[in-house]
Design a protein around this ligand. Structure first.
Ligand SMILES: Cc1cc2nc3c(=O)[nH]c(=O)nc-3n(C[C@H](O)[C@H](O)[C@H](O)COP(=O)(O)OP(=O)(O)OC[C@H]3O[C@@H](n4cnc5c(N)ncnc54)[C@H](O)[C@@H]3O)c2cc1C
Length: 595
């Protein structure tokens, strides 16, 4: 008798209807995703107000259409491409040799990298560097870009901005002719990017310990020899490198700055070899490498004995400003995501945004974001004034001090704020495919050490105050800002800030007249307070402007909340009697929607 094997029963699909509660939960999540703005510029009245305040109506109208177009492109094109690009299997790869065994040291990118990059360069964001007085416009573009956590291009953009500034200011005419035009090109396939390599394996903070050497060959051409340990934008066409020319003194005084082109004039690869790409916690779509310079051909950028000043004032100060803009961008996106999530997520019978502890977390994020934007756009305004030759000595001093202080503090605000946002998302806040927040957090951690660690920046500010008395200029500048505030509704807050500024001047005097060990032990605490005081005063000025324009504003409440957090001490039931009402006003006043 023939027997046949029984036909296996096909596995049944999970057809059971989902319980209503689960469907409702999933629908709420879908509604949350739907509520994320499709145009980051249109959905951001705070950004629009800041630009209008600094640029006036005509200046604002000139740049708003470009920003509105980019605000939509960021979400429609760059955001999805950046998410694909950040997946582990799509990260940049090192290809050291070509098919026939020639050294190429090429970085291969996933197609999504280029999808993300094309619209960025086409905005003309880098071309703006050729036009003095456009720092606020550049800031707005960069702030919008970083809201999608796209670091594969954001980092090269920043490095390129620094190289452009160095070339414009100290580059020899023939270097400018050859190397500037491709850096400001807007066509993605023709543009070039730059990198900046200072850090060596023995340490990044102590640039004076740099050991990479520069020497002259028999034809008088400069050559670079040695290893750089952290080389972001390893695909860069132009590398700005610190190196010690032969015979130069030890320490920072002996540091020179050079431009090292990736390729030599005949098209062949310059003399360098990439050891490996680093496997990084954040900013993973951008390639960071360890690179050996094997007598690479180099061109001096400016006077070689002025290297440390060139690198600090032109390059690092540019990147520190941009770093702060990036921190604002990351924090803005996290705030929008968390705010919308809290509106749609229900627990214990209601949306979680109604619970005071959630509202408080959102208010923390919102007030830190407003504060970070405030100090950073103030910095952009100072850069514009300086580039247009309008800044006086006081403003130049404030810029020098703020660029370091603000980079430190905004990077801390971004990391803390994004973590707060992850907390609002609950366990989902730790899941990569659920939201952008884990990626934003990883990037924010890198932002904290990029362009100078916290301590190093605080010590730089301390030195600038002790040696050049920059704090005196800053205090006068802040007094001037407070003097501009005349709105009756802001009178009490203004008075309080006048007192806090007075207190700060006494504190600073005590710090600066103490011995060096005491100064270093306390400087970070004092500077954190100073940074928040600067932000509070900038917020007050903005509140005054918004009130004068009869615009809807949450700034007075945000500022009050901010002062409670950072500059007032302890819980005060009399002062805080309307705490939950204020939270409510802050939280409901944040309406990130786009048309
Ligand atoms: C992803 C990534 C990409 C990077 N890309 C680049 C790049 O392209 N080019 C580049 O040049 N660098 C790059 N860096 C390096 C970065 O700039 C450095 O990490 C940073 O400057 C700190 O240097 P370090 O890591 O060597 O730390 P160190 O200098 O060794 O410092 C270690 C710790 O000691 C503290 N410290 C040091 N000195 C003092 C002091 N006097 N008082 C108190 N505390 C002190 C620091 O604050 C820090 O907390 C990159 C870093 C990362 C993470």
């Amino acid at each position: 008798m023939l027997t046949t094997a029984p036909t296996p029963t096909p596995p049944t699909a999970p057809v059971a209807a989902e319980p209503a509660a689960q469907t409702a939960g999933r629908d709420a999540l879908a509604a949350w995703r739907q509520a994320i703005p499709t145009n980051l510029f249109i959905a951001d009245p705070s950004l629009q107000h800041l630009l209008r305040m600094y640029l006036g109506e005509d200046g604002y109208e000139d740049i708003a259409p470009g920003l509105a177009a980019f605000g939509s492109q960021v979400m429609a094109e760059i955001d999805p491409a950046a998410a694909i690009n950040d997946q582990l299997e799509n990260h940049p790869r090192l290809e050291r040799w070509d098919g026939i065994g020639r050294r190429v040291e090429r970085i291969a990118f996933h197609p999504s990298y280029h999808t993300a990059g094309r619209p960025v360069y086409e905005t003309g964001l880098l071309a703006l560097s050729a036009r003095p007085g456009t720092a606020l416009q550049q800031s707005a573009y960069f702030y919008l870009l970083t809201q999608c956590g796209e670091m594969g291009h954001a980092c090269p953009i920043v490095c390129t901005m620094g190289m452009i500034r160095a070339l414009q200011t100290v580059g020899a005419a023939e270097l400018q002719q050859t190397y500037l035009p491709p850096l400001i090109a807007t066509a993605y396939d023709r543009k070039q990017t730059a990198a900046q390599f200072l850090t060596e394996v023995q340490g990044g903070s102590d640039v004076g310990a740099n050991a990479v050497q520069a020497w002259r060959d028999e034809r008088g051409a400069w050559r670079i020899r040695g290893e750089k340990w952290f080389c972001s934008v390893a695909n860069a066409d132009q590398m700005l490198i610190t190196a010690r020319p032969e015979g130069a003194p030890a320490g920072t005084r002996g540091i020179g700055v050079f431009l090292v082109p990736r390729c030599l004039p005949d098209g062949s690869l310059n003399h360098f070899a990439i050891r490996r790409l680093k496997s990084k916690f954040g900013t993973r779509t951008m390639a960071s490498a360890e690179i050996d310079f094997l007598d690479a051909v180099a061109y001096p950028l400016g006077d070689l004995s002025e290297g440390i000043h060139i690198v600090t004032e032109l390059v690092l100060n540019t990147s520190r400003w941009a770093n702060a803009l990036g921190s604002c961008g990351l924090l803005r996106r996290a705030t929008v995501e968390a705010w919308q999530f809290a509106r749609h997520r229900h627990a214990f019978g209601g949306p979680i945004i109604d619970y005071p502890l959630v509202a408080e977390a959102l208010a923390e994020m919102q007030s830190d974001l407003a504060a970070a934007l405030s100090s950073t756009f103030r910095l952009s305004h100072l850069i514009d004034r300086s580039d247009l030759g309008l800044a006086n000595e006081e403003e130049r001093s404030v810029h020098r001090l703020l660029v370091n202080l603000n980079k430190y503090w905004t990077s801390v605000q971004a990391s803390l704020g994004i973590r707060r946002g992850q907390e609002i998302l609950g366990g989902n806040g730790a899941i990569e495919e659920f939201s952008i927040l884990p990626r934003l957090y990883r990037d924010a951690v890198v932002f904290e050490s990029w362009e100078g660690s916290h301590n190093v920046l605080c010590l730089q500010v301390l030195r600038d105050m002790g040696k050049y008395g920059l704090h005196a200029h800053l205090f006068r500048y802040l007094e001037g800002l407070l003097g501009e505030v005349t709105a009756a509704g802001l009178y009490t807050t203004r008075l309080e800030l006048v007192q806090r500024l007075d207190e700060m001047q006494r504190r600073m005097h005590a710090l600066l007249t103490a011995d060096a060990t005491f100064q270093q032990a306390h400087v970070r605490r004092v500077l954190q307070r100073l940074a928040t005081l600067i932000q509070a005063i900038c917020l007050l000025v903005e509140a005054q402007w918004e009130l004068a324009q009869a615009l809807p504003t949450t700034k007075p409440d945000l500022l009050d909340f901010f002062l409670n957090r950072y500059l007032r001490s302890g819980y005060d039931p009399i002062r805080d009697f309307d705490y939950t009402d204020r939270l409510q006003r802050i939280v409901t006043g944040f309406v990130p929607v786009s048309l």
